[in-house]
Every structure is written in structure tokens, then in C-alpha cells.
Design a protein. Structure first.
Length: 463
């Protein structure tokens, strides 16, 4: 029997779930007979790039996808194993041969970023002067490695990870068709562990369906996947907020005794923090991302213990912390003694400050700015955890449909700009992005100081 992800692989553009911003455009192009000579599909793994490439190839040539025949006019190439200049030269030679059955000879090049520099140059020559009967459909998970000369000659489509609610409904419908008896809380775990990837989510659901002939519960699924209970993660964050090292050791020991790996605990903690980002957990988040799955188990456990027992975070910001955690933490921390009242003295008059240079100060944001920023922070944390702290520390404005990110550092601005696509893919289509090294301050005096000090830019001082 075929795996679920193969049985439910879409066969038409209308069957593709969650990528309507792409399938609608492609369907309209096909309807109007506007066929491009080169398409570039970019996005995370498991989002449907290859599936849509195959569907598009069949529909361009009006082939029947249901037959699953090996059509000679559709050639699939894995660039990971056919990445050299000789492979591309052979492709160019074959491209000059007219199609046998369809109107076009279509090349699907998967993981195109794996091609060598020489191979890219050879491919570029064909893209610059393509034969009329040739169409290239390229797919990549790392568009940063694709030369701009290739992307500029292609129609670029960005595939997004599935929204959790869309994925939940999709899996729920499949469970109904397949008679998989699974409770909603367990299905939410499948969605979470799938990370927005359709293929991964269906693979996990496939595995979960074999766990029991009765109802599959969240507890059963957590135990089978080696995942900690949500309450254990919540308790760890509460203990971290209270700087309760004894409780942290107790909780980590209990998790280790049930066979749950340190990197899994770290991953769950990161997910819990990023679901509601807070300045309280920036230092913890930074340490958790340093836990390497390839380290020895004792080293990973040690890093996790140090991360949780070194609470260097600033004073709690109640409005930004998940409310259940705030309530638990507040109940566990003893009240501080009240300070002795101070005798008020008449302050000495201070001279008026001199006028300061113009600064970048806080301006009112457009409506919906907070929701857009939360989406940016969450997506960056999922795609590039090492930059999560930089994003959390950054400030932003949304004015006149322009989202400006103020990093306060040349290096941070440069690093975030390299991952620009992780931000733009969650922005509304009418919102543009600017990333700057400047400092944004709510208080103009603070911004003035930053401006005088060079905008917070990091510099290298030779010894």
C-alpha cells in the first residue's frame, strides 16, 4: 500500500492545498496560453514545489497525469547528483531535439542550487536564448545559492509552509477518508511536528495511524514520538522565570528518565517561546539554539541545564509573557520586602540641553503592524533560529505600506538581509521591506545618544 503522502499527492493545480497564490496564477497563465520558458519554484522542503512542477509540466503539454506514464517530453533531473558542466552540456544538446508527442520539451531540475558554477554558466546560455519548444521548471530550497542571472531570467514563485489551521483541516479530511480515529489534540501534535511541510505531516500521520486500533490520543502520540508533555515545558519555563534551579534539575531528570532527548526538549522550549515572543526569554532562546543534535548526549544535557539555570534575562515583561506561565511564576515567587521611604529633596536646577541632531525616533504604526511583526518573528525563528535573537532585539515601524526593521548594527542588518526571503514570504503582497542598521528609540534622547555614538554600528578594532 502506498504511503499517505503518495496517495494524496495532488494531480491537478486545483487539488494543491495552501498554495493558492501560486496555483491561481499558473492556472490563469495556462488558460490564456501564456507559457514561460523558465520557472523557478523556491521554498522549504515538503511544500509542494516538485508536485506542482510535475502537474505544470503535464498541463502545459496536456498530458494525462493520472496515467503516471513516463512521457519522453518531460525530463526530471536531480541537480544533487547531476550537477556538473558535462550534465548540463548534455541537457543543452538534447534540448535542441524537438519534442516527440507534446508541444514542449520540459525539463524539471530539482534542487537546482546544487549545480556547480560552471554548470550554472552553461545553463545560463540556454536560458538567454532558449529554443521555442523548451521549458525549464527549476526548484530549490536555497535560493541564496542560485545566481541572480538565473533568477532574473525566470518566473519566480515562492512556496510557503502551510498555515497550521489549513494543515489541520487537510489532515482531518484525510483521517475521515482513511478511517483514522485520532483525537484533535493528537492531530494538533502531528501538525506541529510536521512544521508546515505537507509531506512530513502526512508521513507522521501515517506512522501515528499504526499506533492503535482504538482512538489515538495525545498522550499515546507523545510517548511514541518521545515528546515531553506540554505541562512539562510550561513548568520548565516557570522554573526558569523563578530561577528555581532545583526544580529545573528535577524536571530535566524526569524527562531524561522517560527517554526524551535533550535536543527535543530544547526544540519544544523554542517552539513555546516563539509562539508568544518575549524579551524575558531572549537569553534563554540564544542558549537553546546552541544545542547541537550532533553533540554527545551528556554535552547536550549539560548545555540544556546551563541554559535553564542561567537566568540572565531582564525583569519580566508581563504583557509579553504567555498568561498561564505568568500566573504560575507569580504564584511561586515570594514577595520582596518593601523599601524604606526616602526623604524627598528639592532637585537642583539643571541647564537646558543644547539642541541635538535629527534622530530616528518612534512613529505611529499603521493598523495591523503588530500582527505582521509577530508573523515575521515566528517565521524567522522557524527558518533561521540563529537569527531569532536579532529579530527579537530589533525594532520596527510599519508606515505607508513599508515595514522598516531597525537593527542598530551593520552586522545584524547584513545577516538579516541575507534571510530577507524569510520575512517577505509572510508579508502582505502590498507591503515592502527595508532593513537598516539605524537605531529606533521610543525616547528621542536615547536615539540622539545612539546617533552620536554612530548608530550602534559594530566596528572591528585591531589590537
Amino acid at each position: 500500500m502506498k504511503a499517505l503522502y503518495r496517495r494524496y499527492r495532488p494531480k491537478t493545480l486545483s487539488e494543491v492545498v495552501g498554495q493558492e497564490q501560486i496555483t491561481d496564477v499558473l492556472a490563469n497563465s495556462l488558460k490564456n496560453g501564456k507559457i514561460g520558458h523558465a520557472y523557478l519554484f523556491i521554498g522549504p522542503r515538503g511544500t509542494g514545489k516538485t508536485s506542482v512542477a510535475r502537474i505544470l509540466a503535464h498541463e502545459i503539454n496536456k498530458f494525462d497525469y493520472e496515467l503516471e506514464d513516463d512521457y519522453l517530453d518531460i525530463i526530471e533531473i536531480d541537480a544533487a547528483s547531476n550537477r556538473g558542466i558535462d550534465d548540463i552540456r548534455e541537457l543543452r544538446q538534447r534540448a535542441n531535439i524537438a519534442p516527440t508527442k507534446g508541444k514542449y520539451k520540459i525539463y524539471i531540475i530539482d534542487e537546482v542550487h546544487m549545480l556547480t558554477k560552471e554548470a550554472f554558466n552553461a545553463l545560463l546560455k540556454t536560458l538567454e536564448e532558449p529554443p521555442e519548444h523548451v521549458v525549464f521548471i527549476m526548484a530549490t530550497t536555497d535560493v541564496q545559492k542560485v545566481p541572480i542571472t538565473i533568477t532574473s531570467r525566470s518566473q519566480v514563485f515562492t512556496f510557503k509552509l502551510a498555515d497550521p489551521s489549513v494543515m489541520f483541516d487537510h489532515l482531518k479530511a484525510i483521517c475521515k477518508k482513511e478511517n483514522i480515529n485520532i483525537e484533535d489534540e493528537a492531530l494538533k501534535i502531528v501538525v506541529k511536528r510536521g512544521g508546515g511541510s505537507y509531506r512530513d505531516s502526512l508521513s507522521i500521520l501515517d506512522q501515528a495511524s499504526t499506533l492503535s486500533d482504538d482512538k489515538i490520543t495525545a498522550e499515546l502520540l507523545n510517548r511514541a514520538m518521545g515528546l515531553p508533555q506540554e505541562a512539562a515545558i510550561s513548568d520548565l519555563l516557570v522554573a526558569y522565570s523563578a530561577n528555581d534551579t532545583a526544580k529545573i534539575r528535577e524536571l530535566l531528570t524526569a524527562l531524561a528518565e522517560t527517554g526524551i532527548k535533550s535536543e527535543v526538549v530544547a526544540s519544544e522550549l523554542i517552539d513555546a517561546i516563539m509562539s508568544n515572543p518575549s524579551a524575558n526569554y531572549i537569553h534563554l532562546l540564544d542558549k537553546l539554539t546552541q544545542i547541537n543534535p550532533t553533540d554527545a548526549p551528556n554535552i547536550k544535557a549539560g548545555k540544556l541545564l546551563v541554559a535553564l539555570c542561567t537566568n540572565a534575562a531582564p525583569a519580566p515583561i508581563v504583557q509579553a509573557v504567555p498568561q498561564p506561565i505568568v500566573q504560575k511564576a507569580a504564584a511561586s515567587i515570594p514577595p520582596k520586602p518593601k523599601p524604606e521611604p526616602k526623604v524627598e529633596t528639592e532637585p537642583e536646577p539643571t541647564p537646558e540641553p543644547e539642541p541635538k541632531a535629527p534622530v530616528v525616533s518612534k512613529v505611529p504604526n499603521d493598523a495591523g503592524a503588530d500582527e505582521i511583526w509577530q508573523a515575521v518573528v515566528k517565521n524567522m525563528a522557524e527558518k533561521s533560529p540563529l537569527l531569532a535573537a536579532d529579530i527579537l532585539n530589533a525594532k520596527y515601524t510599519l508606515k505607508d505600506k513599508v515595514l522598516t526593521i531597525y537593527t542598530g548594527s551593520y552586522i545584524k542588518a547584513k545577516n538579516i538581509d541575507k534571510r530577507r526571503s524569510f520575512i517577505t514570504e509572510v508579508l502582505p503582497s502590498d507591503v515592502s521591506l527595508e532593513i537598516t542598521k539605524e537605531t529606533l528609540a521610543d525616547d528621542p534622547d536615547v536615539a540622539n545618544i545612539a546617533a552620536i555614538m554612530g548608530g550602534g554600528e559594530e566596528i572591528q578594532i585591531d589590537a
